[in-house]
Design a protein. Structure first.
Length: 322
């Protein structure tokens, strides 16, 4: 069932015919931490997982970015946009160079700066897609931190990564997102919550892990930015190669609070919660990932259907959902 509010947002799009580059280094104290197969029921019961998927499409030549959020915990599921619902009270999940009508859920402006995309000579559909994606990631983190759960597991890096950096107003927009994310993560650590970033599809050819055949965590790699982030690569070393499952990011304050033993236990639980079920990330995050991607697909299908009904061509920009 498609709700009326979502249709209005789609129609608005269809009818329209910083400088935060972080410095990373593997610390001289980097270790190869052997991970244990351990129980993880307490992790699943006391964690909330956040994932945002995004994609882009061209409607009659008008670039459109699409994003969707899923928040999963033992207490239930929340998605944005919600279906069915007539209330779109969250940030925009559609970005468009032009809008036929301004409605909640869609934007033709940078979400944080408020500057129209058309005023930025360097803007492209990738930036517009990333803008609403980061807006929903921030929103999802805010929602997760309001829950009673001790662990907040988010898909991707804790702070916006350097791959988003560009020219024009986008660098300023990115800097605002990075600052707000850093403030949220710092506040969470002060309240005793553990915010964990899990980065999939990691390339790390220079780990140099010996072929032990047992899972290890390599780190920390330190990122200096709005907050200090400690990263650990979860890897399966073999004789001739090393397979990296994911990169786990933790705020420095959390690492110091847990201590080396606590960090090892947490990394072991994250690894076991994935490998024991034959999935690349913990179950809650895996579920959130599937749901957010499915919702993005439904929105894209609705955009394409609405465009065709008006005689417009809808062309996907290619690639896969993030």
């Amino acid at each position: 069932m498609v709700n009326e509010a979502l249709i209005k947002v789609v129609e608005s799009v269809v009818s329209a015919e910083g400088r935060a580059v972080a410095r990373r280094r593997l610390t001289s104290s980097a270790e190869y931490i052997e991970l244990e197969t351990t129980g993880f029921a307490d992790l699943l019961a006391s964690s909330v997982s956040v994932d945002v998927a995004s994609a882009s499409i061209f409607v009659g030549g008008n670039p459109v970015g699409v994003a969707a959020l899923a928040v999963v915990s033992s207490g239930g599921l929340y998605t944005y946009p919600t279906v069915p619902s007539e209330n779109l009270s969250g940030p925009p999940f559609l970005s468009s160079l032009y809008l036929g009508e301004e409605v909640p859920g869609a934007t033709y402006r940078y979400v944080e700066l408020g500057i129209p995309y058309v005023d930025d000579p360097y803007v492209d559909v990738g930036i517009m897609e990333s803008d609403v994606r980061l807006a929903l990631e921030l929103y999802g983190l805010e929602l997760a931190l309001r829950t009673p759960y001790s662990y907040v597991v988010v898909d991707g890096p804790l702070l916006p990564s350097a791959r988003y950096v560009g020219s024009g107003y986008w660098s300023d927009e990115l800097a605002l997102y990075a600052r707000r994310r850093a403030e949220l993560v710092s506040r969470a650590a002060a309240e005793g919550k553990v915010v964990v970033g899990v980065v999939k599809r990691v390339r790390a050819e220079t780990l140099g892990v010996a072929g032990t055949g047992r899972a290890v965590a390599v780190g920390p790699e330190v990122t200096r930015g709005g907050i200090d982030v400690y990263s650990y690569y979860i890897a399966l070393p073999h004789e001739s190669s090393t397979y990296v499952l994911a990169k786990v990011e933790l705020p420095k304050a959390v690492v110091e609070s847990l201590g080396s033993r606590g960090v090892r236990e947490l990394l072991s639980k994250l690894y076991t919660a994935s490998s024991s079920l034959g999935i690349p990330v913990p179950y809650g995050l895996y579920t959130a990932d599937k749901i957010s991607k499915s919702l993005v697909k439904r929105i894209l299908e609705l955009i394409e259907l609405t465009a065709r009904s008006r005689g417009l061509l809808a062309v996907f920009s290619g690639g896969t959902y993030e």
